[in-house]
Each structure stands twice: as structure tokens, then as C-alpha cells.
Design a protein around this ligand. Structure first.
Ligand code: ZN
Ligand code: ZN
Length: 237
């Protein structure tokens, strides 16, 4: 059987996130010109406005955009994919998972063992995702997050996913253009709906390379610049 595999980045921020630096148009143009990604998920912090804008104009760029959100649950960050309604932050992860599933979306703990950011791995992910009556019925686990400084944090996530028999996916956690695509998910097919099916049947593979030190410096410089611009902008209210 000749199965065509494609690449997706399931974790990208735009400047709709307070710490994102690239506009939606810049992200789409960068993906087309500088990557081999066929599908991307826009997953801003606690908003889907940028993702909806990206999906509206994606056709012109020839790529598929998944509307996503990185929800700040009370138990850590969680990616929601294929959603139509924003899920509010601050709720227990079990409540957020139910809200995502109720609208047909998929739930993926982000960087579950990251130590600099609120992460579900530190809230007993292994216990809560185990067994037939799971408290957290997640659909996949982010086993490769390109932004993590310590490789063992990704290894711990991969080991947890393997032990729990939950599919593992990858993403860049990009907050500025040069990091887009550094983390990715390989899947059979080429469209967002193929990817959705691949996640649900476990036919995915995570891969990538971590951000380099230059990416961290670039991102911090852009972030500080953005903060300064925002602070200097005259208030309209
Ligand atoms: Zn996060
Ligand atoms: Zn993120």
C-alpha cells in the first residue's frame, strides 16, 4: 500500500497570544514559503480568534488550518483542536476536556512535563489518564514540544504516552516565525480531516528538533519589543 505521509505542526501561537509575535498572515506566508507543512493548528492562549482568522484565509495559501486553543486549565496547559467555541481558562482539566469533547474537539496535554510552564504532567497525568474510566480522557499527548529546554521533559512525556497507550504528537510551540515546524506530527494523508482520523486511530508519529539558543534569544528580543510597543501605545478606553 502506498500511503502518503504529511507533516503538521499542531502547536503554533500568533500575536493573538499576549506572548506571540507574528501576525496570522505572517504565519501563513511563512508556512508556505519556508516549510513543508501541509496542516497547521493555531493554538493561541485562551482564545480562538486568531485561529478563526487563519482558517478564513487559509484557502488562498493552499494549506489546512485547524482551529485550536491552548487552554490554561487549573491543572496545566492543554491543547484543544477542531473546536468552534473558545473554552474559558481556569477550570479543572476534566471540565475543559468535557467542554472540548462536547463540541467534537480533541484534547492534548501540552508539554506535560515542562518545568517552566503550568503542565498537566505535574498534576498526576499518569494516574488520571489510566484505566477504563479515566478522569482525563485525552485523545493524544504532546510528546515532542520543540520549545522545551530539557530533552528529558519530552522523553518523560513519550514514556507516559507509551505506558498509557495514548498516541503521541509533536508541535513547535512557536511564538515567532523561525521556530514554526521545528516540532511536527507525521500522519497518513494530507488534509486536516485525515489528520484528525490519524490521531483517533493512533496513526501518527512525533518528530522534530528543539529550538536553538538563537531562537530563544530572538524570541525574547521580539517579546520585549512587543511589550514595549504595547506599553507605549496610547490607551483608547
Ligand atoms: Zn503552554
Ligand atoms: Zn504554547
Amino acid at each position: 500500500m502506498n500511503t502518503q505521509w504529511s507533516k503538521a505542526d499542531l502547536h503554533i501561537h500568533t500575536n493573538y497570544s499576549s506572548d506571540g509575535t507574528a501576525s496570522v498572515v505572517d504565519v501563513l506566508e511563512h508556512v508556505v514559503k519556508h516549510t513543508d507543512l501541509r496542516v497547521i493548528a493555531i493554538t493561541d492562549h485562551d482564545t480562538i480568534d486568531g485561529a478563526l482568522e487563519a482558517r478564513r484565509i487559509a484557502r488562498a495559501y493552499g494549506i489546512d488550518v485547524i482551529v485550536g486553543e491552548e487552554i490554561s486549565t487549573a491543572d496545566g496547559h492543554m491543547l484543544a483542536l477542531f473546536i468552534e467555541q473558545m473554552v474559558p481558562p481556569g477550570q479543572p482539566a476534566s471540565t475543559s476536556i468535557a467542554a472540548v469533547h462536547a463540541q467534537g474537539g480533541l484534547c492534548i496535554p501540552a508539554h506535560p512535563y515542562g518545568w517552566r510552564v503550568p503542565s498537566m504532567g505535574h498534576a498526576r497525568l499518569r494516574e488520571r489518564c489510566a484505566g477504563s474510566d479515566r478522569e482525563w480522557p485525552v485523545d493524544a499527548i504532546e510528546v515532542f514540544n520543540a520549545s522545551l529546554w530539557l530533552p528529558q521533559n519530552n522523553r518523560m512525556a513519550a514514556e507516559a504516552a507509551r505506558n498509557l497507550n495514548i498516541p503521541g504528537c509533536g508541535g513547535s510551540d512557536s511564538h515567532h516565525l523561525p521556530t514554526i515546524g521545528l516540532g511536527y506530527t507525521l500522519f497518513a494523508g494530507h488534509s486536516a480531516s485525515d489528520l484528525r482520523q490519524a490521531i483517533q486511530t493512533g496513526q501518527i508519529q512525533a518528530g522534530g528538533t528543539a529550538w536553538g539558543w538563537i531562537h530563544n534569544i530572538e524570541f525574547i528580543a521580539l517579546w520585549v519589543h512587543g511589550m514595549t510597543q504595547r506599553a507605549l501605545k496610547p490607551s483608547t478606553s
